[in-house]
Design a protein around this ligand. Structure first.
Ligand code: J2J
Length: 543
């Protein structure tokens, strides 16, 4: 099939052959992870969620049973299903059941709202949307009905918990214990991750069994995971980082145990750390800062043996604090992206590297190119734009030919939008970004998406969204608006408007600045750098 039929871009045949020959791609579907787990670690605990727990063989059985239940719904291999679940065991069960059947999940985050979910469902022509009933005060059943009204391909709205008139899950009755069809080929599309995005609507990232499995196995190996691993998942479980770097899947490859936390609030997380003898954490820098600021943090976290930090720039001073206050713990920086490439500092690296670099790639065949703005290579040590291709980095977003022509080179290199420096020791240092994205405590917001929403407000003539440096979150979102008339517009009103448009809460502006006009570049685009300087100068004079 051609790229156009598939909607996604497979690796060129010669490279695929090479990745297989090199042993990166084993030709095994991701469901193999569970079979292997049940065979190698059968009675060991694989998963804990609240009061419930599953051994490896119970997890495998639960996934098989759920897959049998899913078959009764009539979903076919290749069908797409958008799943949006909080950090509960059912997320993993459904994800793994769908992978086993070759049904392709889209991994939405609990924070997404109508605008995002509709876009995902429409982009993939989803046959179903799966959500919780109510979580953190938000009723996903209301969302499900709104989504259905805009997505005629949806045949089922599955609800975990109280389903009202929608389809309840767990599915009624015991499914027939019939044999499952053969698993999908490992070269097939396995699932969709979500891009942090730089465009008006979020892009979907097609990951195959072969490529994802490789990144998981290698991550588990180079992070030194063992069956003793007790990993507390505090970030949204669907996110690429806690799923695969090495995340829950890496833990299951190694025979360890995943413990789910519903959220990252320190009080509840610390309680789980103590109760379950957690020894492995994956955090974003803003959480690390918050957690270390808690009373007796070093006592409460004394059992941690592997502390990973990634997803956003980490200040060396904060890294140093973590290293000093948790001396029994291996500290690791992780610089990854849902599109593929993941870099880790290595266990045993000297402190200078742990503080001042974001690691090096997983694979010897992750090709790294650092180019200036005219696409010319920069010398080692100099800052430039990071491009990459390799055995687990996508070659194109889903059904996005126009955008792909910009985001990928003709040779298949992905333009990450990150500004980096390659050190003489082969490690990367992230120094900034060229993409128009805001990184708010590890959550990514495409400025263009927010701006498109801001412009829908009837009072707004021009809009720009910026990330302002912030002590706690790294960046906060500032909306800079030029209004059409004299009618005033306040931040609460603006946030309400955006919420009603169906935009996720984490994308709503933290600050609003009204201006007479926006500074423009010679070609008439908003001059974001100048705008940022103006805002910072204004804040300083206010202070
Ligand atoms: C600076 N910026 C970073 C870091 C990511 C592992 C870890 C993280 C992600 C992730 C992931 C950074 N320092 N250490 O998928 O598997 C910024 C970069 C990058 C973007 C990707 C994983 N680690 N970033 O964060 O798809 O700008 O993946 O391009 O959410 O986050 O974001 P995302």
């Amino acid at each position: 099939m051609t790229t156009q039929d598939l909607g996604w871009t497979p690796w060129p045949a010669a490279l695929a052959t090479y990745y297989r020959a090199a042993g990166y791609w084993l030709g095994q579907p991701l469901s193999q992870l569970l079979l292997r787990g049940a065979a190698c670690y059968s009675d060991q605990t694989a998963l804990i969620c609240g009061q419930r727990q599953w051994s490896y063989s119970q997890l495998e059985q639960a996934v098989t049973q759920l897959a049998q239940g899913v078959l009764t719904l009539g979903w076919q291999p290749g069908d797409k299903v958008v799943i949006q679940l909080p950090n509960r065991a059912e997320f993993y069960l459904l994800f793994l059941a769908l992978l086993r059947l070759g049904i392709v999940p889209v991994l939405a985050l609990p924070a997404h709202r109508r605008r995002e979910i509709v876009s995902f469902c429409q982009q993939v022509e989803a046959v179903a949307y799966v959500s919780a009933d109510v979580w953190q005060g938000f009723d996903y059943r209301v969302l499900a009905r709104q989504v259905q009204a805009q997505c005629p391909t949806l045949r089922h709205l599955l609800v975990l918990g109280e389903a009202q008139e929608l389809t309840p899950w767990p599915l009624a009755g015991t499914p027939p214990a019939r044999a499952l069809p053969a698993p999908p080929p490992a070269s097939a599309l396995a699932f969709f991750q979500l891009s942090g995005g730089t465009t008006g609507l979020p892009k979907l990232i097609p990951r195959t069994h072969d490529d994802y499995f490789y990144s998981v196995r290698e991550s588990a190996r180079l992070c030194g995971l063992t069956p003793e691993q007790r990993f507390l998942c505090v970030l949204p479980a669907a996110h690429n980082y806690p799923l695969s770097s090495p995340g829950a899947l890496g833990i299951w490859w190694a025979g360890g145990c995943v413990i789910l936390a519903e959220g990252p609030e320190p009080a509840t997380a610390f309680e789980l750390v103590a109760r379950h003898q957690i020894n492995h954490l994956a955090l974003v820098p803003s959480l690390l800062q918050l957690w270390l600021a808690q009373p007796n943090a070093e006592v409460k976290l004394a059992g941690i043996r592997l502390l990973q930090v990634g997803g956003a720039p980490l200040a060396p001073t904060l890294a140093q604090q973590a290293i000093q206050r948790l001396p029994a713990c291996q500290f690791q920086q992780v610089f990854g992206m849902a599109e593929g490439l993941v870099n880790y500092t290595r266990l045993g690296d000297a402190e200078e590297r742990l503080l001042h670099s974001q690691g090096r790639p997983i694979s010897p065949d992750d090709k790294i190119v650092i180019l200036d703005d005219e696409d010319r290579p920069v010398p080692v040590g100099q800052e430039g734009n990071l491009l990459t291709r390799g055995p687990y980095t996508i070659r194109g977003y889903y059904r996005a030919a126009e955008h792909n022509a910009l985001a990928f080179t003709p040779e298949g290199f992905y333009r990450t939008g990150d500004r980096v420096r390659l050190r003489a020791d082969g490690y990367l240092q992230v120094v900034g970004r060229s993409k128009d994205q805001i990184n708010r405590g590890g959550e990514k917001i495409a400025a263009a998406e927010l701006e498109a929403c801001l412009l829908q407000h009837p009072a707004v003539a021009a809009a720009a969204a910026l990330g302002l440096p912030d002590e706690a979150l790294g960046e906060r979102i500032c909306a800079c608006l030029v209004l059409k008339g004299e009618t005033p517009l306040g931040l609460p009103q603006l946030r309400l408007f955006l919420r009603e448009l169906g935009l996720a809460e984490y994308k709503l502006p933290d600050r609003l600045t009204l201006l007479e006009r926006l500074p423009l570049t010679p070609v008439g685009k908003v001059h974001k750098r100048r705008l940022l300087e103006m805002l910072q100068a204004a804040t300083m004079t206010k202070d």
